[in-house]
Design a binder for this molecule. Structure first.
Ligand code: AR6
Length: 169
């Protein structure tokens, strides 16, 4: 199955699992995290209190509560510090660990935001390459969507996917 690109609000997507770009407390924040908590309702925060936080690169799941998605997979992206602090590896771990967890809980479809590219400052084009490198290995197992909130992010993904097609991937 081809990777789907979507421009819009991830909280509206009717998929089995949406991924949240959270912080290590898992207790909510701004950006997509704030939007997910608002749309899911206060039960999400109450549930997340029981999860005991999450380390960078790891993932934990919760129900979606009032969201159309059945589950939320919370992952914590790296804060961009210039690129020599293992950020690329940690970002790849976010995608990989979210996918492993999604498969464990039985999700057949999953939507990702552009993790770390907002408040955490990761350069969007580099992040798109990492995200797609990990996702490409999962296309036979799950329906994958990248949910971009900004047109510019969508352009990065479109360009990367077109490069891949030209290279015969
Ligand atoms: N749907 C989809 N994508 C969105 C939405 C939405 N409703 N809202 C924003 N984005 P960010 P980070 C995009 O800042 O960089 C929080 O406070 C946004 O345009 O949400 O990983 C957490 O608690 C960008 O492309 O997450 C952490 O403290 C992408 O989501 C911190 O921010 C990620 O931007 C995490 O920072």
């Amino acid at each position: 199955m081809a990777i789907q690109l979507h421009l819009g609000d991830i909280t509206e997507l009717n998929v089995d699992a949406i991924v949240n770009a959270a912080n290590p407390t898992l207790l909510g924040g701004g950006g997509v995290d704030g939007a997910i908590h608002r749309a899911a309702g206060p039960e999400l925060k109450a549930f997340c209190r029981t999860l005991g936080g999450c380390a960078t690169g790891q993932a934990k799941h919760s129900p979606g509560f009032a969201l159309p998605a059945r589950w939320v997979i919370h992952t914590v992206g790296p804060i961009w510090q210039g690129g020599d602090q293992n950020e690329a590896r940690q970002l790849a771990h976010c995608y990989q660990n979210s996918l492993v967890l999604a498969e464990e809980i039985g999700a057949n479809s999953i939507a990702f935001p552009c993790i770390s590219t907002g408040i955490y400052g990761y350069p969007a084009d580099r992040a798109a390459r990492i995200a797609l490198d990990v996702m490409q290995a999962w296309t036979a197992r799950m329906q994958l969507t990248v949910c971009c909130f900004r047109e510019s992010d969508l352009s990065h993904y479109r360009a990367r996917l077109a490069d891949g097609r030209r290279a015969g991937q």
